[in-house]
Ligand binder design. Structure first.
Ligand code: ARG
Length: 481
């Protein structure tokens, strides 16, 4: 049999690698007649990665102990010992002195064991009226609540950077695309505000999901509740939960809140990936709409001329991990019988990876948008001029002179064909030639055939006119204040 890999072959984002040894502590081993093999320990343990729940686990334990004491289930002396012990453990973990051991299985048992070492029997009383099933559900919710807040703040920062860039380019004309074919002129500011609109929805989704994350499972114990006279409301208040998970069986088994978060996170990742894709396209010499600062790019080891847009490419690529994590959690849950099953231990790594990936992605995109993206406005304008982008404006002009839209469409299509054969833009066709397509065309047509006239005329909420773009920026800024 090949030897299993050492426990710390893992992600450096996990805490210190747990040391290996046979379980000595009898948390649940009283019923068992034989020790665990090292292979079984490795397979069973979550301590390598769930260490990151330590701070919330301690907060949850403190609140639980206070409630037990308040309800007369735990003595005042025991509570004092527990609080003292938990504070000491916090310090040990913060200073990197805590001994994480594979044999302790998970963060919950490791902390409880250390507590008992430090304060004796009081430590053993902490788990009264509690199970790791309601404990872990509480920990994940507490942790995720904090991460949702941190990610929302990061989205805000990215939006602020986008708004600043949009403000500087509220008048800059570029071609807007459908089917990736030049369609109609828009402003670069309007384009950027499309991403702001997506990120605004992302913030709403996080806020909405947070409300369902923020329910207290503790008190459900293993699955059926507890015979002790507990006060769940008091624990909820102390931990800042907005309410109680209403059913003990559901509470220990439910991971909907994590799936909702993953779905919202996947959308953030998809939005950033779409934006990244445009940055990749626009920074190619063929488009040349933007220049990315060198520090967001890399060179090629063989082609000296290359400057590759690695940051947007990685942002696009990393969305795959987040989308995958959503699928992982859905599949993890789909056939589980009620209530808690050990399968649920597998919820953590995808969740942690999603949070890490999104945090990194948002941070670097904010940096790039704020400091590393130069718009080549002349190139954008030239591209908008090239593609008959004002053809719709000409059709609208004819409609405003009384021609039915379908006839106007036909007349303009013929004009476009003519301009195409002459390799010129619509605005470069002489008036007499334009009149050949419709006698309704007069000299004032050139007002609508200009790019500036075209964008200025789309002057309603949501439209691309610089005035509307500035109004949208102002509204977004106010919503972020
Ligand atoms: N490490 C476990 C998890 O992450 C904690 C809960 C264990 N519960 C149990 N009944 N074995 O889900």
């Amino acid at each position: 049999m090949p030897t299993p890999p050492p426990p710390n072959d893992a992600d450096p984002k996990d805490g210190p690698a747990p040391t290996v040894g046979l379980p000595q502590y009898g948390t649940w081993s009283g019923r068992f007649a034989e020790p665990m093999s090292e292979r079984m320990q490795r397979f069973n343990a979550s301590i390598r990665f769930d260490q990151r729940l330590a701070a919330v686990d301690i907060a949850g334990s403190r609140a639980h102990a206070r409630m037990l004491a308040g309800a007369g289930i735990l003595s005042k002396t025991d509570l004092e010992a527990i609080e003292r012990g938990l504070a000491a453990i916090s310090g040990e973990i913060e200073r990197g002195e805590f001994a994480w051991k594979l044999a302790d299985e998970d963060v919950h048992l490791a902390i409880e064991k250390r507590l008992t070492e430090l304060v004796g029997d009081a430590g053993k009383r902490l788990h009264t009226a509690r199970s790791r099933n309601d404990q872990v559900a509480t920990d994940v919710r507490l942790w995720l609540r904090g991460e949702i807040d941190a990610l929302s703040a990061q989205i805000k920062a990215l939006r602020r950077a986008l708004l600043d860039l949009a403000d500087r380019h509220a008048d800059a004309i570029m071609p807007g695309f459908t089917h990736l074919q030049g369609a109609q002129p828009v402003t670069f500011g309007h384009y950027l505000m499309a991403y702001d609109a997506m990120l605004a929805r992302d913030m709403e989704r996080f806020a909405d999901c947070r409300r369902r994350v923020n329910r207290l499972p503790l008190g459900s114990a293993a699955l059926a509740g507890t015979s002790f006279p507990i006060d769940r409301e008091a624990v909820a208040r102390e931990l800042g939960f907005e309410g109680l998970a209403p059913n003990s069986i559901d509470a220990v088994s439910d991971r909907d809140f994590a799936i909702e978060f993953e779905a919202a996170a996947a959308l953030v990742a998809v939005h950033l990936s779409r934006f990244a894709e445009e940055l990749v396209l626009w920074s190619t010499p063929r488009f040349g709409f933007i220049t990315l600062a060198d520090r967001f790019c890399t060179g090629s080891s063989i082609m000296p001329q290359k400057k590759n847009p690695d940051v947007p490419e990685l942002v696009r690529g990393k969305s795959a991990r987040v989308i995958g994590a959503l699928t992982t959690l859905l599949v993890l849950m789909k056939a589980q019988p009620l209530a808690y099953n050990k399968d649920n231990q597998e919820d953590k790594e995808p969740l942690f990876d999603t949070v890490d990936t999104l945090a990194d992605t948002l941070a670097i995109m904010t940096d790039l948008v704020a400091t590393g993206l130069a718009a080549n406005v002349d190139r954008m304008r030239d591209a908008a001029r090239e593609g008959f982008a004002t053809a719709t404006d000409l059709a609208d002009y004819l409609v405003s002179k009384g021609l039915p839209f379908r006839d106007a469409h036909e007349a303009v299509a013929r004009a476009v064909r003519e301009a195409e054969s002459r390799h010129c833009d619509l605005a470069e066709l002489p008036l007499p030639d334009l009149r050949g397509f419709s006698p309704l065309i007069d000299a004032d047509v050139f007002d609508v055939l200009t790019l500036e006239g075209s964008v200025r005329s789309r002057d309603h909420p949501g439209g691309t006119s610089p005035r509307q773009v500035r109004a949208a920026i102002a509204a977004a800024r106010a919503s972020l204040a």
